[in-house]
Design a protein around this ligand. Sequence first.
Ligand code: ARG
Length: 574
Amino acid sequence: MEYKQALAIQLSPHLADIPHVDIINSIEQPPNSQMGHFAYPCFRLAKAMRKAPPAIAAELAASIMEKPLPAWLQSVESAGGYVNFYLDKPSFASRVLENVHNQNQNYGRSGIGDGKVVLIDYSSPNIAKQFHVGHLGTTVIGRALYNIFNYQGYETIGINYLGDWGTSFGKLLTAYLKWGNKEEIEETGIEALTRIYVRFHEEADKDPSLEEEARNWVVKMENGNEEGLAIWRWLCSISMREYQKIYDRLGINFESYRGESYYNDKMEAAVEEIRKSGLLIESNGAQVVDLEEHKMPPCLILRRDGGTLYATRDITAAMDRYATYRFDKSLYVTANEQKLHFAQFFKVLELMEYPWAKNMEHVPYGLFIFDSGKMSTRKGQVIKLKDLLDESVAKTLDIIREKSPNLENKEEVAEQVGIGAVIFNQLYNSRIKDVVFSWERMLNFEGETGPYVQYTHARTCSIMEKAGYDPSSTQTQLSQATDWEVLANDESFEVLRLLYNFPDRIAESADKYEPFILSRFLIALAQAFNKFYNAHKVLTGDENQAKRLVLVSAVSIVLENGLKLLGISAPKKM
Ligand code: ARG
């Protein structure tokens, strides 16, 4: 039931001059139910009505109360400048629960995005380099957004824009041909590649001709040299094999793997387009688009030697993506340090007058800080994502062994919870904030963590199991029950209020590209549920037990739906 709409219908006859939608949009949900379940603020009416807001609120409340209220509305009061509405709690309970159970694993879904296409460029690691924790943010934020948009009806296209081209491949190729060992690379993958890459730099310090050789390889490959390209393809497959293991553990797949190399032979035409639009100017021998008017440094398109740049490729890729998908929105999830790059190439496409340029958006996120400071590839102290996940799973397994010695599939659950903890930890704050990593905080089963939400979900499952509760009986239960007084207490109401708000929270996460709105919601729901559970015995064996179980199973459904949207599994036992 759309309460805001129904309340606006109550208000409308007394607010003749105000459009119905404006009334709906002004209705708020006070942070605390004592201040009304819904409230209509009268402050903006004061000027036109030439009255103080409290007087307006008092009159409005009195006029509404003159007529008998509908059954779902218990009372209307004024407080300060607000008209406060109090719902009839039992009927609220029955409506919310019916809604959740009817829609079940689709509860929270919407059709807002029906017929629209959203592209999400995320993860996009650089081939032959370790998948390190710096790529955790883009990978899990991107995936959560992918799921959230999908749930809103959008056709979602996940794009892994692999960093599979550039000068580093020339170096790698040179290094491989000099010191590489095929079997070793087949066996240890990126680790062996990193070793020869480091060696290249050491040797090049002594013998600068190596750099020349590396550059030559890039040129040769760009001209189609089959020997070089064959090795390059093999290096890519070695790297992908390792990345795929991570993606499998995170439950991620992509619709497109068009990486940087895909655009090698397409950039010339794109540069030609920029030239035709009259934007390309020469600057110190290079070709650039001047962005001074837009308060940005020039966007480099062609180097002095004719070489292309990161922006050249991204401009080309954006054109290709529009041609392929006709997107309504195109998101790029990367670290905040790339902010300028995106602002620049978006502006170039806008200046080229592509109407779709305004539908591209950079979705930045902060650093991942691990006790001792920023992670750095250069200092060689990078932390591999695989190691982080493994350690989290191992630590979780220890906790499970201690807490639930009788659990059957401990390893499987530890994998789900250990990985869920890492994902949730990344998604718990506003994207742009740095993630300051702490094992204790992340794996605290009672803290504001993934394990806590998963644990609460497992608890709802075990309550239902103990009661021999059959979820399919819920429909009967709901249709037969008329009196939901047993769920009219404050603790139940708070749980119900949150369940009711779930669809709005999903929409808000999508609007702001902020999965943390959802993760915070899940913590609030888990906390409210545990508070309810501590205050009210569920398994009483009397006729009220079944109704409380309907609430428990609704919480179970919403926690599971929410966890899945974040890319986290919801084990039934923990
Ligand atoms: N490969 C890049 C990196 O690791 C990220 C690519 C982001 N996507 C893009 N279209 N530029 O930093």
